[in-house]
Design a protein around this ligand. Sequence first.
Ligand code: 13P
Ligand code: SF4
Length: 300
Amino acid sequence: MDIVNKIKELKKKHNAIILAHTYQRAEVQDIADFVGDSLELSLRARDNSADLIVFCGVRFMAETAKIISPNKKVLLTEVAAGCPMAEMISADELRELKAKYPTYKVVTYVNSTAEVKALSDICCTSSNAVRVVSSIPQEQGVIFVPDTNLGSYVQRTLKRDNMVVWQGHCYVHSQIMEEDVLALKKLHPNAIVLAHPECSEHVLKHANHVLSTSGMIKKVEEIKAEEFIVITEQGILHPLNKKYPNKKFYSIDRALCLNMKKTTVESVLNSLELMRYSIEVPRDVMESAKRAVFNMLELK
Ligand code: 13P
Ligand code: SF4
């Protein structure tokens, strides 16, 4: 039996669902039951009747799925697939920040550990960060962790000066320079520029639209243009080319998330055969982290 059929059989046996992020390898996306951005994957983890979730992504995403669905078994396909940004603020550092600004609300990007989420008032993803922060009264101070680029983008968009933004970053997006975008624009002057909010302000100022990964996929459908410059991780090209074979997408070759690329089709099979790598969240952390994640999911 070939590997894809073995995966299908094991999925049936364990009543499992495979969730994959848009930055996963093309062949991994193709065997998934659902491919999406961080917010969509969280919603899918909440709204499904499977007993087992096999997560093809990075640790914080699988951890968020476990927080949302504590009664389900959640497997992360590769144990070392972490997100460096999530490690850029520790629970102790956030405790210190909260002690310094005791009246401020804490908004935490889902690219964070469960311990940090547990100390937060509400989580956000790249697709709803502006909406989450604007749900907090304008006069209320906000601590935003850990992504400095996303936090600053929200701050600029909402013109909020009472925001303390932590200095974490994504190495994939923050290495993209203004010159990279200008060079692509010169080569493709008619292309619409779509950029992820984890990019720096110098990059975002050249974007026609600042969007999460799934937001980009939807935006292409709405716009009549034939050419797009896509400023985010390379994995996004697979769903874009699949969905819009007649449109042209240009991107930055070196924008690769090595942790996202750790998962292969073999990892998915090993995960299902060996029931590895099971995600566990300590009980005391779970309850508080769940409140912060659900505060986000329930936001209308
Ligand atoms: P999305 O919210 O678009 O899924 O982005 C998550 C992420 O990790 C980007 O680097
Ligand atoms: Fe983390 Fe950046 Fe990779 Fe997203 S692309 S998982 S933020 S390192």
